[in-house]
Design a protein around this ligand. Sequence first.
Ligand code: ZN
Length: 226
Amino acid sequence: MRFFKHLFSLLFYLAVLLGGMWGYENVPTFQTKVNIVAAATQNTIANIKSTITGESSQSQQTSTATSSDSNTSSGRWTKNSATIYINIKNQTLNEAMQEAIANWNATGAFTFTIVSNKKAANIIATTMSKDNQAAGLTDMSINTTTGYFMSGHVYLNSAYLLNAEYGYSKQRIVNTAEHELGHAIGLSHSNAISVMQPAGSNYTIQQRDINAVNKLYSTSSSSSSK
Ligand SMILES: [Zn+2]
């Protein structure tokens, strides 16, 4: 019995590592986009997930699941650092992204290294322009076998953040960038006072966020993936 209990925990752990994430900020519903990295594994995990949670889960290669991510871990890097390439022309948004990166680096919990070679970057930070009520968006690709991030994109929505109608201060833009980078580190949403509140712009990085990152990266990476 103990074996099955252990197996079940393991399968559940694998199930919560499903796919990447689309963080639609400032919208009531949060959507998770499942990125298929290892199709065969993904299908197995998707089926297991539907068994455990009872929710319908597609197992096709291009499946898109919609669910709340507030309680699930989305993945992480093998260690608490990643390289990032900033492809943002707008000065306000560029500065906000750089400030957000500096603020995360100052915590000591995770280190982003800005690189000038796009191809060498783990994460691409860029903009989008969509009139869809989303201030930012993060899309991470995960190796579903290891649970580790493979690459990611962080977007700041210029159509939203630079729209005077929404009255975003510089600080709130920085908070939004910190929030999206939080997803790129592996943090999920939190309803507590946190940079990871779904609204995404009310708070800067809090001690609880630093603790969450330290916890996420407290276990050493498995050697099987490297
Ligand atoms: Zn988010």
